[in-house]
Design a protein around this ligand. Sequence first.
Ligand code: SF4
Length: 147
Amino acid sequence: MRLTKFTDLALRAVMRLAVSPQGDALTTREVAEVVKVPYAHMAKAIARLQHLGVVEARRGRGGGLELTERGRQASVGWLVRALEGEGEVVACEGDPPCPLRGACRLRRALSDAQEAFYAALDPLTVSDLVASPTGPVLVGLVGVRPE
Ligand code: SF4
């Protein structure tokens, strides 16, 4: 199973925001530079995270992006499911649809495997992801403008 690039960069943003000190919020552009993804892609990911209630943006002096308490305590399995959407790992209903799709044991097995993948992430929270050694590395990352 492979995550979309969108999910990956959203998770990078969430992890970076999870280690921001109080009162030192980053902008979307700064997050993009720190985790080395293009600004436009990061802006879309941040918008989705805001919609999910994981990130909020504070305006004005000292403003920027912050992880919400919901985001900090979020299950990684829940977050990855929400970012990936409802899709199956194989496009059985594609164009043209697969002729086996109505009676395929492989489809059922792949669906079970996909659920097992998410279930393995369920016990982890975002806060768990930034425990050492990841958190200190995230804090030390500096922004380098992506190509
Ligand atoms: S063989 Fe089965 S799993 Fe593969 S596309 Fe067809 S229905 Fe889906």
